[in-house]
Design a protein around this ligand. Structure first.
Ligand code: DLL
Length: 432
């Protein structure tokens, strides 16, 4: 049931005691080793020695991506290079990436957290885990890889892509757990169907999906197409990689591993902390990291925290699945929209596939949103009348749920590009 029961089910009081002690150590560590944080602590008038409560953390400024960029590549490392055993870097497409480092202890802690996540899905050391996350500077592949080995299950380190080979090995090796992005899992499911393979004939039983937003309806689709139980795993390179939080068997939010992290939700406009239950940007402070501790990092991911006791017995706070990042939010004629909200609406209609593209353009001063929706084979060959009817219903539903009018464009099955990693859902032509 648990990987580290003692920590995962600690009483909130004990947990907060542990957090405070670890926070003091972390602040001392950054004060002694990282000029950037020493300056912020000095400016905030905090001396690491006199932090007496967790609330004192809120006196520290929020750290943002630019701070990490400005200290490229190793400026925020708090351990000497001889203690750093690995680096990873963010996948940013332009400019310099963000570089993070890990000591041996960091790698061990990370592996423990991924092990917790695997255990939470019901995994055991008899499982065979096909890791279809990309290996390399991206944290997904190696993060799941070390976690699986540490957990004692068998890892198949196939990485992302090479879909035909993925399917062959999935059949031959009998993978029981698939770990990859939800969009890639969907692509695999489709190819399984195209290859005439019966999903029931595979040994797959669990999916561990993350690295991009996905909806509850997408979960339903993946579970039925692959004949599995699908779980969400969350994380980001700046904080750790996969394993900052993960879903338990209750599937009602992701437990944030609070013996290693402090989570806050802040108002996107003011940066001020919000109480549990209110949506805002997730801000994380690491409590055990040695090479790359991070203080109050604004992930820009939108979530809500819930500290109610969970049916699984874990006491760690749960975050609601991330529906999007403030950076990815589209503003269409003044209305804020996340691609995952549109995904949810489209999937209410059984005839749409979870492959879609949002094309935003500006005509004069008016934003136009066109939603490309892929229909399934059966529907596409149907009559024009039925297509018109579906188009009208979708348009009306988008308008009533999201308050924006959009043009719906149906495209033929298998025309929207499939992704082997994180899916690209938006083409925004407005800036060009
Ligand atoms: O995506 C780490 C990861 C790998 C997580 C494998 C889970 C599984 P980055 O490339 O730094 O790291 O991207 C981090 O991806 O801030 C979120 O916006 C998004 N993200 C990650 N997991 C989820 C999730 C990895 N489960 C950024 N749901 C984060 C929604 C997610 N968004």
């Amino acid at each position: 049931m648990y990987w580290q029961e003692e920590y995962e089910t600690m009483t909130r009081d004990k947990l907060e005691e542990l957090q405070l002690q670890r926070l003091q150590q972390t602040l001392q560590r950054v004060y002694d080793n990282v000029p950037f944080y020493r300056q912020s602590l000095d400016e905030a008038g905090i001396s690491p020695g006199d932090v007496k409560s967790l609330a004192d953390l809120q006196k520290m400024p929020i750290t943002v991506k630019k701070d990490l960029r400005d200290n490229y590549p190793f400026g925020l490392f708090a351990a000497p290079m001889e203690k750093v055993v690995r680096v990873h870097a963010s996948s940013g497409t332009t400019g310099k990436p963000i570089v993070v480092g890990y000591t041996k202890n960091d790698i061990n802690n990370w592996a423990d957290l991924v092990s917790r996540a695997i255990r939470m899905t019901g995994g055991t050391n008899k499982d065979i885990v096909q890791v279809g996350f990309g290996y390399g500077l991206f944290t997904g592949g190696l993060g799941l890889h070390f976690g699986t080995e540490h957990f004692g299950a068998t890892v198949v380190p196939i990485s992302g892509g090479n879909t035909a080979r993925q399917l062959m090995l999935m059949q031959d090796f009998g993978a029981t757990i698939l770990a990859c992005t939800p969009s890639y899992a969907l692509y695999l499911a489709e190819e399984i169907q195209n290859a005439g393979i019966d999903p029931q004939s595979l040994n797959l039983k669990i999916g561990i999906f993350g690295a991009e937003p996905w909806s509850e309806r997408m979960r339903d689709q993946l579970e039925s197409k692959l004949n599995i139980k699908a779980f969400d795993i969350y994380g980001l390179s700046e904080v750790l990689g996969p394993g900052v939080s993960a879903e338990c068997s209750e599937k009602k939010g992701l437990h944030i591993f609070e013996d290693h992290f402090i989570a806050e939700i802040v108002d996107p406009e003011t940066g001020k902390p919000l109480p549990y239950g209110q949506p805002g940007e997730l801000v994380i402070t690491s409590l055990t990291k040695e090479a790359f501790p991070i203080i109050r990092y604004n992930t820009r991911d939108i979530s809500v925290l819930n500290v109610e006791p969970c049916g699984c017995g874990r006491t760690h706070v749960r975050m609601q699945r991330v529906t999007g990042r403030t950076d990815d939010m589209l503003i269409i004629r003044g209305v804020n929209v996340f691609p995952s909200q549109i995904e949810s609406v489209l999937l209410e209609f059984g005839d749409a596939e979870p492959h879609y593209l949002l094309v935003v353009d500006r005509k004069g001063s008016l934003d136009n949103l066109e939603i490309w929706v892929e229909l399934n084979e059966r529907f596409f060959s149907d009559k024009v009348r039925a297509l018109e009817d579906l188009e009208n219903k979708m348009r009306a539903r988008i308008l009533s749920v999201l308050g924006i009018s959009a043009r719906i464009k149906f495209v033929e099955p298998r025309t929207i590009p499939r992704s082997e990693g994180k899916a690209k859902r938006v083409v925004d032509k407005r800036e060009i």
